[in-house]
Design a protein around this ligand. Sequence first.
Ligand code: GRF
Length: 221
Amino acid sequence: MSTPSIVILISGSGSNLQAIIDAVAEKKIHAHISAVISNRPDVLGLEKAKAAGIDTIVIDHTEFTERQQFDKALAEQVAKLQPDLIVLAGFMRILPENFIEQYEGRMLNIHPSLLPEFKGMHTHRRALEAGHNQHGASIHFVSNELDSGPVVIQAIIPVLGNDDEKTLAERVLEQEHIIYPLAIEWFVTGRLSLINNHVHFDNKPVKKIAIWQSNTLSLPQ
Ligand code: GRF
């Protein structure tokens, strides 16, 4: 069997991208990153990909007058690459419905909250404002509703009394770097799949998602 291929879509600093690159290098992810695509030309994530010898593609959304033109250019690039898995790692564009449908069950996203809480932006601020004592990040399959696809794994951390938006964001990000490679490895090794919009693990429908908390992993059950 050939090595599964991944395409990673980014818009920013690419710290999750770096965690995935490292996990591939360390053989914690058994896959090949065939390209990194960014909708912004000057982001750090592109430098990280280049430093790792990965092909980079820029599709600058500001160069298109119509949203559909950008969507088409992106879809064409991805289609050429024929990835087994698309990984959204801080990709800040909303993807069109037909693209999401085409790659249903083959596209993962990371969101910095314990979904279904705090979909959308400013998740850390909102968790603090809500006075929550726990916060975290979720990996989910991408569906047509924003930040709403079936969740695979969550990392849960305590919110500390002296946390502000920045400290909380930093501690969540550290956890993101742990759970994203795990979910990707499960997918590319065939342990994780989406069947009839339901997460399956080791070929069984999942009743309880995976949780990473206090340095301990509970597998999906
Ligand atoms: C992360 O917080 C991720 O959850 C969110 O965007 C941020 C991306 O960070 N979707 P990076 O580009 O991976 O450093």
